[in-house]
Design a protein around this ligand. Structure first.
Ligand SMILES: Nc1ncnc2c1ncn2[C@@H]1O[C@H](COP(=O)(O)OP(=O)(O)OP(=O)(O)O)[C@@H](O)[C@H]1O
Ligand SMILES: [Mg+2]
Length: 300
């Protein structure tokens, strides 16, 4: 059977499919999340299409700075697509088309003047599968700053007396400490990063992201490939990072969203943002019946 017949407490009955499709009308007020402080990212009427298929439908939401925002919802509802639209990673997908605006510190990143290299430096991304470069731990951290011209340890720099080796050492130490990895790797900074455990590799990827001084860190299911202990370390780290960075994290794990996030946005079938509010409100007293059904495990 592909649908559950359910009787609501108010006596009405509604048809709910396994993907959560109902005739429930979404109210704008459900995602009109009010918070104190500045919005780091402000999304307005965002649509994303792959060819003729619409993956994100008219999503508007403001993401507060220095906090953790969780994006949850069933597989295929557009979480990764939405996340990628926040630093224009969808540009790399030939069939993807984006309409609407995403303001980053008040500036539309889809406006004509955006420098994509600079944008992705300030809005970094961490993926589901750890993807360190096949280089030393140290080089994984210094690669970005070197590429951006912020570090120079070449022979020429040394000859000209502009050698940044001390700066590089300080940067590597700072980023590895921020990513809670320093104590585990400081004796083997020149070893290949691929020799680290999965959880260590993921923390290295976070450290690599921090090395270019981002404001925002986007994470797409950063712990879903890890065991419970490695996952707990990533969760602790995400909470700590929110003191200085704006973190947006996609997760399939409802407990994880409840544990680590300040606010939660729930996407449902068809790429619709159904509800967005303080995390406790979403998990304890959501406005939408479908959100309630989703978080209590009735579908998804
Ligand atoms: N590169 C792509 N080309 C075409 N369609 C895509 C592409 N990426 C995603 N889609 C489609 O867009 C919709 C949303 O996909 P998306 O990956 O954003 O969902 P998701 O919520 O992240 O799912 P999951 O939880 O499984 O990761 C899906 O219907 C998917 O098939
Ligand atoms: Mg995804």
């Amino acid at each position: 059977m592909s649908s559950n017949r359910q009787i609501d407490t108010d006596g009405t009955d509604s048809q709910l499919t396994t993907s959560g499709e109902t005739d429930e009308a979404v109210e704008d007020a459900w995602s009109d999340y009010q918070f104190e402080g500045e919005a780091k990212l402000s999304v307005e009427d965002l649509d994303v299409y792959y060819g003729d298929e619409q993956a994100i439908q008219s999503v508007s939401m403001d993401i507060p700075e220095e906090s953790v925002t969780a994006l949850i919802g069933p597989s295929g509802c557009g979480k990764s697509t939405f996340l990628r639209s926040l630093n224009r990673m969808n540009d790399r997908i030939g069939s993807a088309r984006v309409a609407g605006t995403v303001e980053f510190d008040g500036e539309n990143i889809y406006g004509g003047r955006t420098n994509l290299v600079e944008l992705r430096k300030r809005i970094g991304m961490v993926f589901q599968a750890p993807n360190p470069f096949p280089k030393s731990i140290r080089d994984n951290i210094s690669y970005g700053p070197r590429k951006h011209g912020d570090l120079d340890t070449s022979l020429l720099a040394r000859l000209l007396g502009r050698d940044d080796t001390d700066d590089e050492d300080a940067l590597v130490e700072r980023c590895l400490k921020q990513a809670a990895l320093w104590d585990e790797v400081n004796e083997r900074l020149d070893d290949n990063a691929l020799g680290l455990s999965g959880g260590q590799q993921q923390r290295l990827c976070i450290a690599r992201c921090l090395a270019v001084d981002p404001d925002v860190i986007l994470m797409d299911e950063p712990a879903s490939a890890l065991d419970p202990i490695a996952t707990a370390k990533i969760e602790d780290l995400i909470e700590q990072l929110a003191a200085d960075y704006t973190v947006v994290v996609v997760t399939h794990n409802m407990q994880q969203a409840a544990r680590i996030s300040d606010q939660t946005a729930v996407f449902l079938t068809g790429g619709e943002l159904v509800e967005y509010d303080r995390t406790e409100k979403i998990f304890e007293d959501p406005e939408s019946q479908r959100v309630d059904d989703y978080i209590t495990g009735k579908f998804g």
